[in-house]
Design a protein around this ligand. Structure first.
Ligand code: 4FL
Length: 229
């Protein structure tokens, strides 16, 4: 998969992507991530990418021309890699979920447009196939949301997760929260590992884990059970 990120702050990505599973995916050539500096596509001598909103109001709005130029240049720079999806990280988008990570992992190319300032000129949205929010809060920019989405998508790519940490044991994989896990020692400061996990009885273990997942989900995220039979 090829991912392009159009951003004013490409250096923000160095930490999260220079380490972790994403780096492994890049090293193994499962994933390539390219960065495009939006400011390079400003056309005036001040390299201005934002401006004050028509109609008044405080804050600055991202201008359309540099973003259009950047996206067009990114698309023309390499051969067509399809299927592809252009994504804008935006608090006004649909909330990112595990389902969406799995869906985006099926594309061969993703292009992220990260906003800063108070928002985008509305015409910029026409460039994108979808807007995605990572939650109901306002950040200083779209870079962290893009990193979150890319991280979640990267681990869904075939060959990124080892058998030891397969996606099947993830929280949310079947729409429930994860079950409690234990490792050695069997007893720690008086807290013991549930007997069933030491029994070697796979049916009982499976049943216990499902019960625990349901209990945790009921307690902490009852909303997840609403659209379940
Ligand atoms: C984007 C917040 C996606 C949450 C500021 C600029 C944001 C965001 N999800 N805040 N972009």
């Amino acid at each position: 998969m090829l991912i392009d990120v159009i951003t004013l702050f490409p250096e923000m990505f160095a930490g999260p992507f220079g380490d972790s599973m994403v780096k492994r995916a890049i090293d193994n050539e499962i994933l390539e991530i390219r960065f495009t500096q939006l400011r390079d596509y400003a056309f005036d001598k001040h390299k201005q990418v934002d401006d004050s909103p028509f109609g008044g109001g405080s804050g600055m709005v991202l201008k359309p021309e540099p973003v259009y130029r950047a996206v067009r240049d990114v698309l023309s720079k390499s051969e067509e890699i399809l299927p592809r999806r252009v994504i804008i990280t935006d608090p006004g988008g649909k909330t990112f979920k595990q389902e969406k990570a799995k869906e985006l992992a099926k594309y061969n190319r993703l292009i992220f447009i990260c906003g800063h300032y108070e928002g985008f000129d509305a015409r910029i949205y026409d460039l994108a196939d979808e807007k995605i929010s990572i939650g109901d809060y306002v950040l200083t920019g779209g870079e962290l949301p893009a990193m979150v989405i890319i991280d979640a998508v990267a681990r869904m790519l075939p060959g990124v997760l080892g058998a030891a940490d397969s996606a099947e044991t993830d929280s949310f994989f079947d729409g429930l929260l994860g079950f409690p896990q234990y490792t050695r020692p069997r007893e720690f400061e008086g807290k013991v590992v549930p007997e069933v996990l030491l029994s070697g009885h796979h049916e009982n273990i499976k049943k216990w884990r499902l019960e625990q997942s349901l209990k945790l989900t009921r307690e902490n995220r009852p909303d997840l059970l609403k659209d379940k039979p």
